[in-house]
Design a protein around this ligand. Structure first.
Ligand SMILES: Cc1cc2nc3c(=O)[nH]c(=O)nc-3n(C[C@H](O)[C@H](O)[C@H](O)COP(=O)(O)OP(=O)(O)OC[C@H]3O[C@@H](n4cnc5c(N)ncnc54)[C@H](O)[C@@H]3O)c2cc1C
Length: 502
């Protein structure tokens, strides 16, 4: 690395901050579109994918709108709004298309290293929620992509779908579930590693580890000067880049603030940590093969929807329940307790105060979660596994999610649970804030990033032809051509070894 290099040979076309699923997805996509672009990726830790993208730090759900009840809210007139479910499915399919392309091209050897078929269920109890689920099912059935969804109130059927949950149930308990066999379980940490393997082997672009990006400053010529420091020998150096993507997970907000771009104003972050109960009893683990999502409780934020999930981590089947929310002022799991306080600036204090004032219920909910004893957590687990024993489960800390706070005319500030790409007007700085649905939709999010970073190239025939090849539905919704969508989906199932018999 050179000290403040200005030689055009040494100017990077793109510098990505962070070695998680987002930066790695972007770097691979850009290299495939133009192998000549000079890219560098910096990661502060000793390996890639150790923060939110690491398998134990997230739930590994390939979010497709199959099971997430908060993606299909009931409207005041009683109808179900399925927009978010349909959009999320479209976005996840883009990820599957891109991964299938990588397998077809021999860039990923074995898709089973990161993705597996795993049925997705929504499961509810009580008459009111059963009626909601039935309406949701009917609304989704009207679209071709959700046609294969099954709905049942029959306990014998539910026993087949998720026997562990159905143990010791009273015969008169009212419940229903839906099932999508097309669901997936994804190890985003393993996928991140595979992406970085491609960058190193195919494009001679190894990630630069244990190196922290400390500053991002605009130069007079419009390029960006990036200050980095080795966490090993503390040596500082500087690089110059035409474009910078801040894919630093929870640390994206503080880095965005350092760029000085006006678009940063008003953004703040609210960190929410997660915890899982992990099953230690192998006999129980082997009795459950599904992702079962239920409804979040009153006052609980959408990302706290409880679920019982099969996972495949390091070649082994696992079972987790959660998430339980927690509060930590860190923006990264391996971050500093001062992160939240340092992110409070004149430009965002109004948004933070507004968001805090209008989300007192969330604060109350977080306090109640933080106060939970092991017994309280098992009590929640017993809503799913009636006879769960405390000794069969252990608590594990998941990743940090920094929820977005942004300006709002009426309320000063509001809390947002999705993700948002913030970019400078000229597209030379892009940053990804927020967390959900996150990793599942990384390919879709990076298509948006590309449209800001390389607008002219994205309009060129050359890039568009390549994108058609890599991600057939990159620029259109999956419901625009049912036949082609089905054919593409079948191709993806074959490439990714997903169970097409379902
Ligand atoms: C509890 C929980 C459950 C989740 N469940 C799901 C799920 O089921 N499905 C799903 O799709 N998504 C899920 N997500 C979201 C998903 O994990 C994230 O969207 C995704 O991992 C974010 O990837 P990233 O690359 O942006 O961030 P990260 O994986 O956090 O990577 C950011 C990287 O940047 C590095 N970094 C930070 N600052 C610097 C710096 N200054 N210099 C150099 N490097 C830096 C960090 O060390 C880190 O490695 C979940 C998240 C959580 C927390």
């Amino acid at each position: 690395m050179s000290k403040s290099s200005q030689n055009s040979d040494e100017i990077y076309d793109l510098i990505c901050v962070g070695g998680g699923i987002m930066s790695s997805t972007l770097a691979v996509m850009v290299k495939l579109l133009n192998p000549l672009y000079k890219i560098a990726v910096f990661e502060r830790l000793d390996a890639v994918g150790l923060e939110s993208s690491e398998a134990w730090n997230n739930a590994g759900t390939g979010h497709s709108g199959f099971c997430e009840l908060n993606y299909t809210p009931e409207q005041a007139d009683g109808s179900i709004d399925i927009t978010k479910a349909v959009n999320t499915l479209s976005q996840f399919e883009r990820s599957k298309e891109f991964w299938s392309y990588l397998v077809k091209e021999g860039l990923i050897g074995d898709a089973e290293r990161f993705i597996k078929s795993c049925p997705h269920h929504s499961w509810v109890t009580g008459q009111e929620d059963v009626e909601f689920l039935r309406k949701r099912y009917r609304a989704l059935q009207r679209t071709p992509m959700f046609k294969s969804m099954q709905f049942s109130e029959d306990k014998q059927v539910l026993k087949k779908w998720f026997p562990l949950i159905m143990r010791e149930r009273d015969e008169d308990e009212v419940m229903a579930a839906t099932r999508m066999e097309m669901g997936t379980e994804v190890n985003y940490g393993a996928l991140t590693q595979l992406y970085f393997d491609i960058l190193k082997k195919e494009f001679n672009t190894p990630v630069i580890l244990h190196t922290e990006v400390l500053s991002i400053k605009r130069q007079k010529d419009g390029n960006w000067k990036i200050g980095v420091r080795s966490r090993r020998d503390k040596k500082r150096s500087y690089l110059v880049a035409k474009h910078v993507f801040i894919g630093a997970g929870g640390d994206a907000l503080p880095l965005l603030q350092k760029t000085g771009i006006p678009e940063k104003d008003g953004f703040g972050g609210f960190p929410v940590s997660g915890q899982w109960l992990i099953c230690k009893n192998r006999a129980l683990v082997n009795q459950h093969w599904a992702k079962v999502y239920s409804k979040e409780g009153p006052d609980a934020p959408p990302m706290s929807t409880p679920h019982l999930d099969t996972r495949y981590i390091e070649g082994r089947r696992e079972l987790l329940f959660g998430p339980f929310a927690g509060f930590s002022s860190k923006f990264l799991k391996n971050g500093s307790y001062t992160d939240l306080f340092k992110s409070i600036k004149l430009g965002n204090i109004k948004s933070l105060l507004g968001a805090f004032w209008h989300n007192l219920d969330l604060s109350k909910y977080l306090i109640s979660q933080v106060m939970m004893s092991p017994k309280d957590r098992v009590k929640e687990l017993r809503e799913f596994v009636k006879d769960a024993k405390i000794e069969d489960w252990e608590l594990r800390i998941a990743g940090q999610r920094v929820q977005i706070i942004k300006k709002d005319k009426q309320q000063w500030g509001k809390l947002q649970f999705g993700t948002e790409v913030v970019h400078s007007k000229d597209g030379t700085i892009t940053a990804l804030l927020g967390a959900s649905p996150g990793a599942s939709t990384a390919v879709h999010i990076m298509l948006e990033v590309l449209s800001y970073v390389f607008p002219d190239q994205m309009d060129s025939i050359e890039w568009q032809q390549k994108l058609d090849e890599m991600i057939p539905f990159w620029n259109r919704e999956v419901d625009t051509d049912e036949e082609q969508f089905k054919a593409t989906q079948a191709f993806c199932s074959e490439m990714l070894k997903l169970d097409v018999s379902h």
